[in-house]
Design a protein. Structure first.
Length: 355
């Protein structure tokens, strides 16, 4: 696995828009404030040509233009790390225009984003053996004040923090609007991790290790079976390390989540798996015909006999722990209080190593 150099003091942060750009509110103002805040911290900012574009369908611009922006930004010496402007809908269409062979040959550079950006944060490790960061997009850095998770993401890019902890509360309903684009997370709900299929050790802890890979399930299932699908080969290549899958979802309902688990499983993606980290789905709390978000995941995955940690701080219901896709990691859950199993509160640590 190739790991890029971390962002240095007074380094240059590059911004690209392979998915949506920062063309409309509240994203425009949030992005501009993010630039202002990063500049105040001493960083240069370098903007790709599509950062404010809106002439594309489901992405910032034409797929050819977005692919070209990525190719040039990954190779450019003008920026030290790259952060995506935002998520979107059709980033998959740029993949035919991304030169993955060129990226493999170039010196590696950190790329960070989530949601639709799974199309790069997943494919960079699996196709190019180049680590990437599944973490917040650019506009998140414009909130006032920053949530702890935003500081964690920047500290990760700077190489100052490689161990992430679950947070205390999460946002069920956000207040960010066109009129109030810089509002911080509205964290009102307690984080209650739910470990399935996990056994505690003598310290009352749950531990497992492996190489992190994953992203937004909506995007991953779309890649399954395409010529960009090298997930099974990635698992074989790192079989000695084992794999920890981190998965979350945006538009999928509970039945679509279950179908996605079935499809990825039967495509051989979950061989050599050591554990799963499942983020809170955007359909949190949904139940359809007796199926809820937990059975949608646990029933297809329980045959692997590994821990499945649900309602983790990942994805579309913030905050989210930034994770290095491709890194080796040890996951530790520590029980914080007593009571029956459903009432237990756990703290989770994900300690990543660049190996």
């Amino acid at each position: 696995m190739r790991y890029p150099e971390f962002l240095k003091e007074n380094g240059a942060v590059g911004f690209v828009a392979p998915s949506f750009g920062a063309a409309t509110e509240p994203y425009h103002s949030a992005f501009n404030n993010a630039l202002k805040k990063l500049k105040a911290m001493g960083f240069d900012t370098v903007l790709g040509p599509n950062c404010y574009a809106s002439d594309g369908v489901g992405i910032s611009s034409a797929p050819e233009s977005c692919g070209r922006e990525i190719n040039e930004a990954m190779a450019s010496k003008d920026s030290d790390v790259l952060i995506s402007c935002g998520g979107g809908e059709l980033m998959c269409e740029i993949l035919d225009h991304v030169d993955f062979e060129r990226i493999r040959r170039e010196s590696p550079k950190w790329f960070m984003g989530y949601s639709d950006n799974t199309n790069l944060t997943f494919l960079l490790p699996t196709l190019c053996d180049t680590a990437a960061v599944y973490g917040p997009c650019a506009g998140t850095f414009g909130m006032e004040p920053w949530h702890e998770s935003v500081r964690d993401a920047l500290d990760l890019l700077r190489g100052k923090k490689l161990s992430m902890h679950s947070y205390d509360r999460w946002e069920k309903e956000g207040f960010k609007t066109e009129e109030d684009p810089l509002v911080p997370y509205n964290t009102t709900e307690p984080v209650l991790l739910k470990p399935f299929g996990a056994k505690e050790d003598e310290k009352g802890e749950i531990r497992f290790q492996g190489r992190l890979i994953g992203g937004c399930t909506d995007c991953l299932v779309n890649l399954t079976g395409t010529r960009y699908d090298r997930a099974a080969q990635f698992a074989e290549r790192y079989a000695e390390d084992g794999i920890i899958w981190f998965l979350e979802s945006c538009d999928l309902n509970v039945f679509a989540i279950r179908r996605a688990m079935w499809q990825m499983k039967h495509a051989g993606w979950f061989s050599h798996v050591k554990g799963f980290l499942i983020g809170r789905p955007a359909c949190f709390g949904q139940e359809m015909m007796g199926l809820d978000q937990y059975a949608a995941v646990w029933e297809p995955l329980k045959e692997f006999g590994v821990p499945v940690v649900m309602d983790a701080d990942l994805g579309h219901l913030p905050p989210q722990m930034p994770l290095i896709s491709g890194s080796l990691a040890e996951v530790v859950l520590r029980r914080q209080d007593g009571g029956s199993v459903p009432e237990r509160k756990w703290e989770m640590e994900v300690a990543m190593r660049l190996a």
